[in-house]
Design a protein around this ligand. Structure first.
Ligand SMILES: [Zn+2]
Length: 120
């Protein structure tokens, strides 16, 4: 039953990093099609797009980080950043909440979606 949750910022960071790798792999595959210039060009462009995409995602993390709330994790004592009403500690994966109502309840990422709906 134990689902694995990661802090949102870490999740996005992992996604951006994998985009860079995917981009390089696509470009590397393109080298094998040197004889077909247009195939190689398509692979190169796709790889480039993927790398540009990761840059955009990294930029987005930067924007999110400035909006994230800094809290001291009660479990490991480190300063971590959280997004939304519920998030996880970046270091020890302790579920954290800013909402007193949700304190002590089981961690669930859908609380974030609910709150977003209520605000709009
Ligand atoms: Zn912690």
């Amino acid at each position: 039953m134990a689902k694995k949750y990661t802090s949102k910022i870490n999740k996005i960071r992992t996604f951006a990093l994998s985009l860079v790798f995917v981009g390089f792999i696509i470009m590397y595959i393109g080298i094998f099609f040197r004889e077909h210039v247009w195939v190689m060009t398509i692979f190169m462009l796709l790889g480039l797009l993927s790398i540009i995409g990761s840059t955009v995602v990294y930029f987005w993390i930067g924007m999110l980080s400035t909006r994230a709330v800094q809290v001291v994790c009660p479990s490991c004592g480190k300063v971590t950043k959280m997004l939304g009403r519920v998030d996880m500690c970046m270091y020890c994966r302790e579920p954290l909440t800013l909402d007193k109502e949700l304190e002590g309840k089981e961690f669930d990422e859908k609380y974030n979606r609910k709150s977003r709906k209520r605000e709009s």
